[in-house]
Design a protein around this ligand. Structure first.
Ligand code: HEM
Length: 428
């Protein structure tokens, strides 16, 4: 079992680490250059409610890093709003063009109304029939990977699973799905510092245009899918606006694909680096459900979310002023030693494991059940079909301060002797 204790972030030998103010959390490069566990431990202990200056039109933002504060502030949608953005990038630009058109950036009664409409399509009961399909598709892709032996786990396996589930639920034509995965990645993160901000904007517009056309078609010919459900839903007798339909489709394709993918990829890396946990999984000492929760905590694909204060709010020894931006760091809260014993240990039997990978409170992830189904299916397929995982090179990290994940993972997988040779055609 690997137990990691982080050294102070930035410390080399006897040199004291740089002050926390030296770390630019708006710069994705910071997260590639720094040991995140060590950095976040310093934030939690030295400056749990930390003012981070910027050179943007917004003068700065608060960095909230303890589990207790993150949960308290997530819960508070009276004193803090999501309507001016819920991630650092939009909050620092001064607003989100999807405000009050997309669930995640809507508050108050309209949030509850739209959430209720969307929950009808994403409740465990409604999704029950989808679960078997996710397991089947995952097993087929893992079987094909085992036949190949050496592969890129991101592009050959993980990229093809959640997009096809959400694609089926939204009835997105199969031929368009690869394009959507590429746009999703460009919208939420970049492969490297060389990809431009313009690529992000173009990709976002491509997705919106794509769903605007699809929604118009479903309005004319509704089917049994989530886009049709949004396009034909009424609240107080009135249909949703065109913008609400399109922006919520955008958020579903993004939320439905990227985070689940990143968790499964990070889970494979974690098992390859923690042979004792791999053995416990293989031997059935620990349930797949429990391992799934630890993979979600360990990988925390959504590193932060954010809000803007509507009134002055005291937090610890600071006062967050009305108008200030706050950022809630899931990637710190999920490793807070006040809540998680031995937090830097990947422990698939961890109980309790009340991580905040899906957020908390009124905006708690709408797709949490589906996200769990995806990670569960991957953990289960690895457990039953794979005997050995060997990384063939360094994983390629995404360039982002929002999504923690990978764009490439060269790996060699060996099959369990009992696994029948892969056959199944991967549909959809
Ligand atoms: C909200 C993470 C999967 C759709 C959120 C939030 C987090 C999160 C942290 C809270 C945002 C906030 O407080 O501002 C994740 C992770 C996933 C995942 C880690 C997978 C491992 C999914 C899936 C879907 C989805 C599969 C779609 C089917 C959404 C939506 C919201 C949301 C629509 C907004 C909910 C609201 O504002 O009421 N997600 N998500 N997510 N997620 Fe997910």
């Amino acid at each position: 079992m690997t137990t990691q204790q982080p050294a102070p972030a930035g410390a080399t030998g006897t040199t004291p680490p740089p002050p926390l103010g030296a770390y630019d959390l708006t710069d994705p490069q910071t997260f590639l250059d720094t040991d995140p566990h060590a950095l976040w431990r310093r934030f939690r202990t030295e400056s749990p409610v930390h003012w981070h200056a910027t050179d943007t039109p917004v003068p700065g933002f608060w960095v909230i890093s303890t589990y207790a504060d993150v949960v308290t502030l997530y819960r508070d949608n009276k004193q803090f709003t999501s309507e001016q953005g819920n991630v650092l990038a939009t909050l620092l630009q001064g607003g989100d063009s999807a405000s009050r058109k997309m669930l995640a950036v809507t508050d108050g009664p309209r949030h509850s109304e739209i959430r209720n409409v969307m929950l009808k399509s994403f409740s465990p009961r409604v999704l029950e029939p989808v679960v078997a399909g996710v397991h089947r598709r995952t097993r087929e892709l893992v079987a094909q990977a085992l036949e190949r032996g050496e592969l890129d786990f991101v592009t050959d396996v993980a990229d093809h699973i959640p997009i096809n589930t959400i694609g089926d639920l939204m009835d997105v034509p199969a031929a368009d799905r690869d394009r959507l995965v590429e746009w999703n990645t460009q919208t939420l993160s970049r492969h490297s510092s060389e990809d431009s901000v313009l690529d992000e904007v173009v990709a976002r517009n491509e997705i919106l245009l794509y769903f605007s056309e699809l929604a118009a078609e479903r309005r004319r010919n509704p089917g049994d899918d989530v886009i049709s459900a949004l396009a034909t839903a009424t609240v107080d007798g009135k249909p949703l606006s065109e913008d609400e339909i399109v922006f919520n489709c955008y958020s579903l394709i993004l939320g439905g694909d990227e985070s689940s993918r990143m968790s499964s990829i990070g889970g494979l890396i974690a098992f390859s680096e923690n042979p004792e946990e791999w053995r416990r999984l293989k031997d059935g000492e620990v349930t797949v459900e429990s391992a799934t929760e630890e993979v979600l905590r360990w990988t925390t694909p959504a590193m932060h979310f954010g809000r803007r204060a509507l009134v002055d709010v005291p937090v610890r020894d600071q006062v967050i002023r009305a108008g200030d931006v706050i950022t809630l760091w899931n990637s710190s809260a999920n490793f807070d030693e006040d809540v998680f014993d031995d937090p830097y240990r990947f422990d698939i039997g961890r109980t309790p494991n009340k991580h905040v990978a899906f957020g908390h409170g009124p905006h708690f992830c709408l797709g949490a059940f589906l996200g769990r189904v995806h990670v569960n299916a991957m953990v289960d397929a690895l457990r039953t079909m794979v005997s050995g995982i060997r990384l063939q090179g360094p994983p390629q990290r995404l360039y982002s301060n929002f999504v923690h994940g990978y764009s490439g993972l060269p790996v060699a997988l060996t099959a369990e002797p009992a696994t029948p040779a892969a056959a199944g055609k991967v549909t959809g």
